[in-house]
Design a protein around this ligand. Structure first.
Ligand code: FAD
Length: 457
């Protein structure tokens, strides 16, 4: 372990196989105990293994005797007889990382190199993915802010029609949108990091520490999807701001564009993470781990029997606070009604699972950005800029939630019930019109002034 920590030894995580990607436990790599019981014989092929060209050891996931219940993890050294690798994959991006196929041909793995216990492979694999997803999302946020910085610098240097392109409204809108989405997702990441830290506390027992991280598996999936989609958005707009030069390898944004794309694919594709978000939420709700059922039942009553609150909201971002409460109700209504309608068959209603996940993302991001801004204000900071970002983000979220929710509802509500649900959705996503164009111009002015992302922490 000390050599792993100092990177004198480099490791690799070998889960994927040529025919088992998203269905990670559907692989064929097999381990069979030797007759004398001293070692396992490992056979099979792993695919797309990062660090494959130079890793000293691999954490290899394999089925003992080919049995799914005995899916286990092994520490396998590169130097051992029977371990070989394919050539380097020629990838679209992240070219400085090594990606290879790894072959195991009757490799003798000592029994003491079984990691954990027989049958614990999935637990080990998925716990690694939880933290991996968190880190991927946080890294992607860093990439998005970097792309914003590159784009801002370029927009301040490039002149067309005798003026710097950063003076054009459509360029400003892109810069503002990159900045405000980054702020929202940064808030999600800080919030979740704080929650995980608090859950781990001073715990020394590694199993309990893992359990605390597992508690936040849903949030890790959300961060993975939101972070990777933010980055794709930022690099795409970054290239656009660079015009033809963005398409040239001489400019860093070209590489950022290619490097970004992988993030929606590995650590569980975004489709898989969307499904996981909704199914984990529903499962935990059914088990009573989170008070989802009660909340959904209460919203269900409100669908049929509207509650009209005529109190005018007051204070900082009062309107947005109200919208976030409404968005939660909208998400609960859609997920609750879908769960009632389809029961266990909801698993095969993937489009609805994805829409429920998207609504959960919007709720979590809006609420996180809002709470962070209110906390900054309570700490005496000037929040004029953050306030504007939250206004735009929440406004857009309410519009998106209306559209996503409507599509989901139309899939499974019919007849007289349909207008009842649609009108409830309208109530729950109600928001005051904002001059979002003017707000984005103000945000862009701050971005241009700061040469990029306007917040340092
Ligand atoms: C550069 C790179 C580095 C990688 N590094 C590693 C590594 O270090 N270790 C490792 O183990 N793996 C690694 N991977 C593998 C990566 O995790 C897989 O590529 C990924 O999980 C997707 O699997 P797949 O490529 O087989 O795609 P598939 O699973 O075949 O998916 C193809 C498409 O079908 C969709 N799909 C699949 N199942 C479903 C479903 N049930 N419902 C709806 N849609 C579905 C997917 O979302 C995707 O859009 C790496 C991959 C790449 C490209």
């Amino acid at each position: 372990m000390p050599k792993v920590v100092t990177a004198e030894l480099i490791g690799a995580y070998a889960l994927t196989e040529p025919n088992a990607g998203s269905d990670a436990q559907g692989g064929k790599v097999k381990a069979v105990l030797s007759k004398d019981g001293t070692h396992y014989i490992l056979d099979g092929t792993k695919m797309w293994i990062t660090n494959g060209g130079f890793a000293d050891y691999f954490i290899v996931f394999a089925k003992i005797d080919g049995e799914k219940e005995k899916f286990s993890a092994f520490i396998v050294e590169r130097a051992w007889e029977g371990v070989s690798t394919g050539g380097e994959e020629h990838k679209m991006g992240i070219k400085s990382s090594s990606t290879r196929m790894i072959m195991f041909d009757k490799v003798k793995v000592p029994v003491e190199n079984l990691l954990g216990e027989i049958g614990q492979g999935a637990k080990i694999a998925f716990n690694i993915l939880n933290t991996g997803r968190f880190k991927l999302g946080a890294g992607a946020l860093g990439g998005a802010k970097h792309s914003l910085n590159l784009a801002t610098k370029y927009a301040k240097e490039r002149k067309q029609f005798d003026t710097y392109i950063c003076n054009f409204g459509m360029m400003q809108e892109k810069l503002a949108e990159m900045a405000l989405r980054s702020y929202a997702i940064e808030s999600v990441i800080y919030r979740t990091a704080g929650l995980i830290d608090a859950a781990i506390g001073d715990e020394k027992d590694s199993n309990k520490r893992l359990k605390s991280i597992e508690e936040y598996a849903i949030e890790c999936s959300i961060i993975k999807v939101m972070g990777s989609e933010l980055l794709d958005f930022a690099v795409d707009e970054g290239v656009q701001i660079h015009g033809g030069y963005g398409y040239s390898q001489e400019y860093a944004i070209e590489r950022a564009y290619r490097d970004s794309r992988i993030n929606r694919i590995y650590e569980g594709t975004n489709e898989i993470n969307r499904m996981l978000t909704t199914s984990m939420l529903l499962k935990r709700g059914m088990k009573g781990d989170i008070p989802l059922l009660k909340a959904a039942q209460e919203v269900g009553k409100e669908v049929l029997d509207p509650v009209f609150d005529f109190d005018e909201p007051e204070g900082t971002l009062a309107e947005e606070r109200m919208v976030v409460q409404g968005l939660k109700k909208a998400a609960l209504m859609v997920a609750g009604a879908a769960a009632m309608k389809f029961g266990p068959k909801l698993e095969s209603e993937q489009e609805i699972l994805a829409r429920c996940a998207d609504m959960a993302f919007l709720v979590y991001a809006c609420e996180s950005a809002l709470l962070r801004t209110l906390k900054l204000e309570a700490n005496g900071q000037d929040i004029a800029l953050q306030d504007k970002m939250v206004q735009v983000y929440v406004h857009e979220a309410a519009e998106k939630a209306m559209q996503i929710g409507r599509e989901a509802i139309c899939r499974f509500v019919e007849g007289d019930e349909l207008p009842v649900y649609i009108s409830a959705l309208k109530r729950f996503t109600k928001h005051t019109m904002r001059n979002t164009i003017a707000l984005r111009r103000d945000i862009a002015a701050a971005v241009i002034e700061a040469d990029g992302y306007p917040f340092k922490n």
